[in-house]
Design a protein around this ligand. Sequence first.
Ligand SMILES: C[S@@+](CC[C@H](N)C(=O)[O-])C[C@H]1O[C@@H](n2cnc3c(N)ncnc32)[C@H](O)[C@@H]1O
Length: 387
Amino acid sequence: MRRKDGKSKRRALRTKPVFAYGFRESPETVDYRHPCLNGSTTPGHSTIVSLFAGCGGLDLSFLGGFKYLGKTYPVLPFDVIEAVDNLPDAAECYRLNLGDHCREADLTSLPISELPSADVLIGGFPCQDFSSSGPKTGFAGRRGQLYKVLVEYMREYQPKIVVGENVSYLARLGNGKYLQAILQDFEGEGYHFDVWELAGPDYGLPQSRRRIFLIGVRNDLPGFPVMPRATHKNRHLSIAAALTDLEMISDETVTNQSQYFVASRASCGGGQGDHTNEAHKVAYCIRANSRGRIQFHYALDRRLTVRECARLQSFPDQFVFPFTTQRNLTLIGNAVPPILGYRVAKSVENFMRSFKDAAVSSNDTSHGTFRTGVQMTRSHVLQPELF
Ligand SMILES: C[S@@+](CC[C@H](N)C(=O)[O-])C[C@H]1O[C@@H](n2cnc3c(N)ncnc32)[C@H](O)[C@@H]1O
């Protein structure tokens, strides 16, 4: 299809996916999904408030209870008691898949006192103003100051642990001055922070995606979570290994597999989003603002489908995206890959268990020492950009 100016139009092949259930109600997930998805809380679980929750990638990481490429990620002892996002699509997709505890609200106007107190605060604050593919406006951008909502929450409720997430370029923008300013504001509320830069492929993600996690522990708590060890260093999972079984499927027998942009390559050559993936390598990064320019399949003469992008982001196949191609891809591209976030969540869980155990044994005078955490440095963020 051609526009008047001769450029090709990126048209979506289907406008609506077909599905009967979201992840939380799927008969396929009933045996292993998290009880919190049905609105129940579990005694002994730590509570979470999730800000800027999107469609729930980071929340699924902390809840666990999903399968991805044949591997089970067991339920973790966290309950998300409230999630907030101002994008109606994000909140609706979240509720469809992860539960009714997601509120659609603008965090710049929602009084913090309306949120519940929780043990853990998580939030992938908006990153467009810090992204290498964005305007790089930092704090001057419209969304550059939204991290302050996390600061306000910390001041009001003093959660034990805070996990912020963002693009790794934040650590390099302005020679690190923006990240340092954010950490200073966070630490000013009585916390100490470390920054973990995780490269998705080193943790089994079949996509080149690198993100930073800002991990904060309240100053009165002993120790620190341990940065997750890479499981797939030098043995990255290829895009072909992740998507082979979808090659012959072009309908909605797998939800979202019929949705993709029908488009020729950019008329002026291989611009961003117009590359063809290579079967034996990890996929190119899935971008939220693709505007129809999603990379091409490694073997088929078309761009990647919505389901293939969700797979490359490590969403389980039962996690459905109910909107049009572009709206779904925005949610997927914005998300924290659940298997990557799961490693962070597991590390936070181990740490929280250590001080819970220590608190129990402090009544018993024969055991009474806390496990010490890793040396806190911010050196992880200084690695060269590999992806
Ligand atoms: C990077 S995405 C977070 C993705 C999420 N962590 C996940 O894993 O799916 C940032 C989110 O912040 C939301 N957001 C931006 N401004 C907001 C505001 N003022 N109030 C609430 N949410 C906002 C966006 O709609 C977007 O979903």
